[in-house]
Design a protein around this ligand. Structure first.
Ligand SMILES: Nc1nc2c(ncn2[C@@H]2O[C@H](COP(=O)(O)OP(=O)(O)OP(=O)(O)O)[C@@H](O)[C@H]2O)c(=O)[nH]1
Ligand SMILES: [Mg+2]
Length: 443
């Protein structure tokens, strides 16, 4: 996987769409049972993305569960265990297309136990669809998900105030969700937030505008998705190109080139580059793909690069332009979303995967834990499951890292438990962007 996404599920490619592309990657987030899977099922159903055999399987499965009609949450809850429990466990990726736009959808689980999977889904998203049960309003888990999405760089939220049918289409219920989300989004530094009153179950304001909400004149969920900004990742298109070396290609007649995925900017033949962490300098001789030479390798492209000099370059190294190259660090400040069942303690050792490099690492200090209600740091000496913390991490082999808000690839890492090999945390280099971003809720 080119991006060190914070989980194990396969994510379809890196986050940012290229400018001008009509592709939108979005993830559903929010508390368990608020209706995320039903909303996606409804969206796919009403835009006619489902085949006859899928529709048939849906109604058979629904009947077996004693549900009249179709339970649309089954569209993404494909795993039998999920259907039987009625909750989403894994992230389900779906592809959809309307005449106006293409979508890659990550339907994430809401259950606290599967927050890690939610983070995986959100790590590649341009936008998050926050589903909130309008009868209850925002729950702690909704706030936590929004917080993680914002930390992962999601800058646009589309809020579905769902189950409006159960409120009797009370505009006050919708307004309460919209106001709370506006306040939260502002404090998280999110750029846009649009709230739509919906009933995912009955299909109101999902694809078709509903006549049950005459007091609402905004877009449907689909219209808002079609108009949402994409590829909003800050550093895309800038000159801070990075090429983590995935593997070294040895050519039969001698010579080598280095394969990997470019992020953060473009690489061109003739660019003066440095190979990190070693620091050897050279010039790019050629850039290519398996199909032939290129003038320029843009962000998100998988390429091979040949250098003018015979440097010792290995998997895990990073090639970057000399000007504006990332810092090589042995210790750095980081924000981590801890998913391990055993708490993280100061002094704890683990393995850290940063781009294509894995190194031994240690949590050297913990500044605190993020309180998801107040968005402030509270003193802590350990992090429990699903806690978000800020601390310092030391690595045995130096890494060439950017701040996460500068580059989503070279600014992120995952933490792997030494004994179980499980991914126990997703990390972002630097202090969290969300702390102190604005006044507390309700003000
Ligand atoms: N009345 C009503 N019920 C709904 C609506 N949307 C979803 N539900 C019901 O809420 C329950 C949970 O729906 P899901 O779509 O599975 O919820 P989820 O958010 O995907 O849950 P997890 O993935 O487990 O976090 C199901 O019984 C749905 O039928 C709605 O608009 N109105
Ligand atoms: Mg679900």
């Amino acid at each position: 996987m080119p991006t060190p996404g914070p989980g194990t599920a396969p994510a379809p490619g890196p986050g940012a769409a290229t400018p001008g592309s009509s592709l939108l990657r979005f993830a559903t987030i929010g508390s368990v049972d608020d209706g995320k899977s039903t909303l996606i099922g409804r969206l796919l159903h009403d835009t006619k993305q489902l085949f006859d055999d899928q529709l048939e399987a849906l109604s058979t499965a629904s009947k077996r569960r004693g549900i009249e009609g179709m339970d649309l949450s089954f569209v993404t809850d494909g795993l039998r265990a999920e259907r039987e429990q009625g909750i989403t466990i894994d992230v389900a990726y779906r592809y959809a297309a309307t005449p106006r736009r293409k979508f890659v959808i990550a339907d994430c689980p809401g259950h606290v136990q599967y927050t890690r999977n939610m983070a995986t889904g959100a790590s590649t998203a341009d936008l998050a669809v926050v589903v909130v049960d309008a009868t209850t309003g925002l729950r702690e888990q909704t706030r936590r998900h929004c917080c993680i999405a914002a930390l992962l760089g999601v800058r646009h939220l589309l809020v579905a105030a769902n189950k409006m049918d159960l409120t009797g289409w009370d505009p006050a219920a919708y307004q309460a969700v919209a106001a709370e989300m506006r306040s939260l989004a502002r404090r998280l530094g999110v750029e846009t937030v649009v709230t739509v009153p919906v009933s995912a179950l009955h299909g109101d304001n999902v694809v078709e505008a509903s006549d049950r909400s005459p007091w609402y004149d905004g877009p449907t969920v689909l219209a808002a998705l079609e108009d949402a900004p994409a590829g909003a990742w800050a550093a895309e298109g800038s000159d801070g190109a990075r090429l983590p070396v995935q593997w070294v290609v040895r050519h039969p007649g001698g010579g080598r080139s280095y394969a990997g995925m470019v992020s953060g900017g473009s690489l061109r033949a003739g660019d003066d580059v440095v190979v990190l962490p070693g620091g050897g300098r050279s010039r790019i001789e050629s850039v290519g793909t398996f199909d032939g030479a290129l003038d320029e390798a843009a962000s998100s492209m998988s390429v091979t690069v040949a250098l003018a000099d015979d440097l010792d370059v290995a998997r895990g190294d990073l090639i970057a332009p000399v000007v504006g190259a990332p810092d090589v660090v042995r210790e750095f400040e980081a924000t981590v979303c801890w998913f391990g069942e055993r708490p993280a303690q100061v002094g704890q050792r683990f393995r850290l995967k940063h781009t294509t490099r894995i190194t031994a690492a240690q949590l050297v200090s913990l500044q605190g834990r993020l309180d998801v209600d107040s968005l402030s740091l509270v003193a802590a000496d350990s992090l429990g499951a699903n806690d978000i913390g800020v601390g310092r991490i030391a690595v045995a082999t130096p890494i060439a890292a950017d701040l996460y808000h500068v580059n989503r690839v070279t600014g992120s890492f995952v933490v792997i438990d030494e004994s179980t090999n499980a991914t126990v945390a997703a990390g972002m280099v630097g202090a969290p962007v969300v702390i102190g971003a604005g006044p507390p809720a309700g003000s």
